[in-house]
Design a protein around this ligand. Structure first.
Ligand SMILES: Nc1nc2c(c(=O)[nH]1)N[C@H]1C(S)=C(S)[C@@H](COP(=O)(O)O)O[C@H]1N2
Ligand SMILES: [Mo]
Length: 317
């Protein structure tokens, strides 16, 4: 989203034949996995393994879900490259087990959680959320996870905790996009860092996510654990998290560092505040042709607008 102007983004990137080719590559990968039972048995849940969770009807949108193939092949995950099909092609190098998430900073009970311990601690639920990318496309995804608030309450933030910082794994061996060189140039400083205000992190919509579409989170979608904040542009939903830190100051996020005038800390979906290089008034739902109107807070205004009472959302974009 940084390296190319909107005019450089070819419509062929979102045509169905591109998805078809990706799907073929994806299925080939799945077939290879199926042929390697010993590896599957040795490791903990690989992506693709079924993951059960009851749907929470209080968090389900009416819109039909985007096809799984699109969700798993049309991705932004710059650690694997800047093209939409890079993550699905290259994400097999990510090893989602063993994996730990260090939870610390201004909390009474800091702890480094093993990912499987984390998953066992909180009941998983399925929630269907809209996801709106700052680039102007959107999807509807049935996520599996648990409210971030459940984890936050467990570690007991102190009164000094005002913000929550999320950090993605730093490992150029697993993430080719983190290697030095023009080929993988994304404009981002690694590791990927994102952040929320504590009240945003505690909001019941904010989900820690370990699966989608009834299965373990595919690597390209941020395995083994990523945050999902549905009323904000997609880049706020950091993937493959290794650290959650409670801090007193607003974290400097990766996208703010790269282009502060384009990507603000709040990044609430707002059709009336355009990106400096393109309009945010409408979006293309992947799989559809007519553009839709983008909704304030991505359609979640009823639930989240009160978090921002009295704030100028043009200033705090
Ligand atoms: N670590 C990391 N997290 C990331 C990104 C990234 O490049 N690196 N891209 C973001 C962007 S721009 C979007 S739109 C969503 C896409 O999530 P999806 O591929 O699961 O749909 O992930 C977000 N999380
Ligand atoms: Mo995005």
């Amino acid at each position: 989203m940084l390296v190319r102007r909107a005019s450089d983004i070819k419509s062929s990137e979102i045509t169905d034949d591109k998805l078809y080719l990706n799907r073929r590559a994806f299925l080939a990968g799945a077939a290879a996995l199926a042929l390697a039972p010993s590896r599957a048995a040795a490791a903990a849940p690989p992506s693709g393994q079924p993951l059960k969770a009851a749907r929470n009807p209080g968090f389900a949108v009416e819109d039909p879900p985007t096809k799984f193939e699109s969700v798993a092949t049309y991705n932004n995950f710059y650690e694997f490259g800047v093209n939409k099909d890079d993550p699905a092609r290259l994400a097999h190098t990510l090893r989602p087990r063993p994996w730990t998430v260090e939870v610390g900073g201004h909390v009474l009970r800091p702890k480094t959680y093993d990912i499987d311990e984390l998953i066992r601690l909180f009941p998983l639920e399925e929630r269907v959320y809209r996801l709106r990318c700052v680039e102007g496309w959107s999807m509807v995804i049935p996520w599996i996870g648990f409210p971030l608030a459940s984890l936050i309450k467990r570690v007991e933030p102190t009164s000094q905790a005002k913000f929550v910082e999320f950090t993605t794994l730093l490992d150029p061996e697993q993430f080719p996009g983190q290697r030095k060189g023009l080929f993988s140039f994304s404009g981002l400083d690694w590791p990927y860092v994102e952040g929320l205000r504590l009240d945003e992190a505690l909001h019941p919509l904010t989900l820690l996510t370990v699966g989608l579409y009834g299965q373990v989170l595919p690597n390209q979608n941020g395995a083994p654990v990523r945050v999902v904040v549905p009323w904000k542009y997609g880049f706020k939903s950091a993937k493959s998290i290794v650290r959650i830190r409670f801090v007193g100051e607003q974290p400097k996020t990766a996208w703010e560092k790269a282009a502060p005038q384009e990507y603000g800390f709040y990044s609430n979906v707002n059709p009336t505040v355009d990106h400096p290089r393109w309009s945010q008034a409408t979006e293309r739902r992947i799989g559809e042709f007519r553009r839709r109107k983008t909704l304030p807070f991505n359609g979640y205004a009823d639930q989240v607008a009160s978090l921002y009472t009295g704030m100028d959302l043009r200033k705090f974009y």
